[in-house]
Design a protein around this ligand. Sequence first.
Ligand code: SAM
Length: 218
Amino acid sequence: MAYKFIDNYREQGARKKLVSVLKKRGIEDKAVLRAIGKVPRHFFFDETFWKHAYKDIAFPIGEGQTISQPYTVAYQTELLHIKKGDKVLEIGTGSGYQACILMELGAEVYTIERQESLYNRTIQILPYMGYRPHFFLGDGSKGLEEYAPYDKILVTAGAPLVPEIMLQQLKLGGLLVIPVGDEDSQKMVTVLRVGENEFERYELDSFRFVPLVGDQAW
Ligand code: SAM
């Protein structure tokens, strides 16, 4: 596939409108809205589908996977309270869009994807756009032990449970954001590490993600 990187007035205007849609839906964090307003989401789409890039919808990216809905990206990012320099592990690179949003907020991003064709696409497209996370191919349901601990861990696929092994890869004071539930619906769960073996868990709104597939997942 040949990538086309043109950010014209039409796309820029559509991006502004998307930001106001997200504001209306309750996203308040100005830095998150700024990042959504900056990252050209249509770069992750084939040109034929650019007209869909700034609708608040998930969209197929191949291999039965999706680029998450902008609202979901904004919602999960807002929960993470990213500070400049935060070391963040993203599980489920997918298109790479979420990783760009995290980097716009100043995070150092480690991102892992299990599908080789998606991995191969993002390792080309993101650096082309000027974004350089640390890319990994493999099963992120076990986290990424090698580079732990992390300030934040973000899971962008639906898990049947919170993998214990991920919790152990959080720094003290670190935060995990993960959708947990069955295959049809998941609750957004946040887990804060407050002590060596002490965690505070909260359950928030319902979403529908593609499944997290792996050793500690489906
Ligand atoms: N963050 C992505 C984006 O911005 O486009 C959204 C990705 S999509 C909703 C979820 C991704 O998680 C898919 O690309 C899927 O292949 C990946 N995935 C599922 N199970 C995984 C696992 N065990 N390890 C790594 N990636 C996984």
